[in-house]
Design a protein around this ligand. Structure first.
Ligand code: PNS
Length: 160
């Protein structure tokens, strides 16, 4: 039986912390589906096509991975419905610290309550503990060098 997991997020933009979680998910599952959330009610920083392009470029540069990884987008849908559509057995999330735990556990419990889909939490590598999409965007906008925090394609876009 193929064990397939979903790595969901906004990925606005993808960071090296995200890529670490995707790579580690590929060690644990037979197939990884990266699901990019597009919330029509919320304008993102990068549009969803650009975010997907960043992830696909970064995966091509940093692979090969232990299992196939593909990227999908979803808009205005519940995560449990996306899991059902793509046949995902589990959701994989990285936790950088206590605030991620507080944010993620109610969603994990709700998703399991509603659908039975389990969420697997991976302890974020401390290398990326301070790296979030929003902070990277903020410091890059202020002129800081984000080399090593994000894939090169993202660094270039943030600097332009
Ligand atoms: O990268 P983010 O912004 O932390 O990702 C959050 C995301 C997209 C995983 C979460 O907001 C989500 O699952 N949204 C889909 C809508 C949904 O299912 N909401 C109910 C959660 S219990």
């Amino acid at each position: 039986m193929t064990r397939r997991c979903l790595c969901p997020g906004s990925f606005d933009p993808v960071t090296n912390g995200h890529l670490d979680i995707i790579a580690r998910a590929a060690e644990l599952f037979d197939e990884v589906i990266v699901a990019v959330l597009h919330n029509p009610a919320k304008a993102g920083s990068f549009d969803v096509v650009t975010r997907v392009g960043f992830i696909e470029d970064a995966l091509a540069q940093s692979g090969p991975y232990s299992a196939p990884v593909r990227v999908v987008t979803f808009a205005g849908q519940l995560l449990i419905d996306v899991c059902a559509q793509v046949g995902a057995d589990a959701i994989v999330k990285g936790l950088r610290g206590a605030s991620d735990y507080s944010y993620e556990t109610p969603m994990a419990r709700m998703n399991r309550h509603l659908s039975g889909v389990e969420t697997v939490f991976l302890a974020g590598d401390p290398t990326w503990e301070h790296v979030s999409s929003s902070l990277v965007r903020e410091v890059a906008a202020g002129g800081a060098d984000v080399t090593g925090m994000v894939p090169e394609v993202v660094r270039t876009a943030l600097m332009s």
